[in-house]
Ligand binder design. Structure first.
Ligand code: HEM
Length: 349
């Protein structure tokens, strides 16, 4: 008997419970709706959000600027400028620059030496110069890649990889960018101190530009005159200094938001940072093309420190003449000393 009662209760009790729940649900809903609605109206009704959107400050114990402002509506202008304008324009500029160097390679081809190499070498870049150049190149390129990941990764990587992997990549990019950015600034200051003198523009550089560096058009292959650096190198140098400084200073403002920066300061810094970085990336696509593929003999100078005399004569004739004049003067001063196999370039270092 007790057994039967137990079995019945197993079937009947759940049915009873379900009935009670079903009957009481509408009543529960009726009771909770006005409460929730009341709370919504009290806490965040239309008037409340209207005030928030108008930028009205609320109360907070934090004393930092603008901390009482929950939503800063002008921030949407920054968002539109960054996401809808600068980001697509930057992508077009980068792909456009890559397409242009590709076309230059296919249509114009690399600038080859027009005479055979002599085998005699001139010292062009000291060990110091090369260490500085390659540290700068590595820092710049890794910052460029991590920065591009932060801006464009959500479009070209995030949709195709697991969320955890995306999170890891973007965290790594952000941390790398934040910590290595200041190192770029320090290298930039050294680059400025070390190479500014030989990068001062002269009339020779204007003439170099008027002949388009002897690279294209009717002047192709003419090798216009140049000193240690030609007009193009000086232009890329000052581009690096000015836009590099803008990117570095705006980056530091973003990196250390502890000096009372307002949201507007941060937004402006962000736009300036992105704009300067994009200009640099596009500019250096051309520099890297020339260094790697576009000019025979240029890379060996920055790798070994020495260039062939033929290269020096063709691309930097005034510098070549200067080195030879110095060499002759030194030989005349010390007739006993034999001229060594490698001539040195004092001015470069
Ligand atoms: C793979 C990447 C790169 C290659 C192959 C490369 C190659 C070269 C070469 C061959 C030179 C010497 C040109 C000459 O002797 O006249 C040079 C100079 C220079 N490079 Fe690069 N470079 C690279 C990346 C960079 C980057 C990323 C930066 C800076 C952000 C940079 C900044 C400079 C500067 C400032 C000079 C000196 C230009 C002058 O004033 O004469 N390079 N590079």
């Amino acid at each position: 008997m007790t057994h039967l009662f137990k079995r019945l209760s197993l079937v009947v009790l759940p049915i009873l419970a379900a009935l009670v729940m079903t009957l009481s649900l509408p009543a529960m809903a009726d009771e909770s709706a006005p409460v929730a609605q009341k709370e919504m109206t009290q806490l965040a009704g239309a008037d409340f959000w209207h005030e928030v959107r108008a930028g009205e400050a609320g109360f907070t114990t934090s004393k930092s600027p603008e901390h009482g402002v929950l939503i800063s509506t002008p921030g949407s202008t920054w968002y539109v400028l960054k996401e809808k304008w600068m980001s697509p324009a930057g992508a077009i500029a980068i792909f456009g620059s890559i397409a242009m160097v590709f076309m230059a390679y296919v249509l114009v081809g690399p600038l080859m030496l027009s005479k055979p190499r002599t085998g005699r070498k001139l010292k062009r870049w000291s060990r110091w110069d090369r260490a500085l150049h390659w540290s700068m190149a590595f820092t710049f390129l890794t910052l460029a890649f991590s920065g591009l990941m932060l801006v464009y990764g959500k479009h070209f990587l995030k949709p195709y990889v697991p969320t955890e992997f995306w999170g890891f990549v973007v965290m790594l990019a952000k941390q790398y960018h934040n910590y290595v950015g200041p190192l770029f600034f320090m290298l930039l200051i050294i680059v400025l101190l070390k190479w500014w003198r030989k990068s001062i523009p002269t009339m020779t550089d204007i003439r170099w530009f008027m002949k388009m560096g002897g690279m294209v058009g009717k002047h192709k292959g003419t090798h216009p005159s140049a000193g240690f650096s030609n007009g193009g190198e000086k232009a890329i140098y000052w581009l690096l200094i000015f836009f590099g400084a803008a990117a570095a200073v705006s980056g530091l403002i973003l990196d250390f938001p502890i000096f009372g920066q307002t949201r507007r300061d941060m937004e402006l810094s962000n736009l300036l940072h992105m704009f300067s970085a994009l200009i640099l990336i596009c500019g250096f696509i051309f520099h890297i093309y020339i260094g790697l593929f576009g000019m025979e003999g240029a890379l060996e100078g920055m790798v070994t420190g020495e260039v062939d005399e033929t290269w020096a004569k063709e691309h930097h004739d005034l510098w070549y003449a200067e080195v030879k004049a110095n060499e002759a003067a030194n030989t005349a001063e010390t007739p006993d000393e034999k001229v060594k196999g490698v001539s040195t370039n004092e001015q470069a270092s």
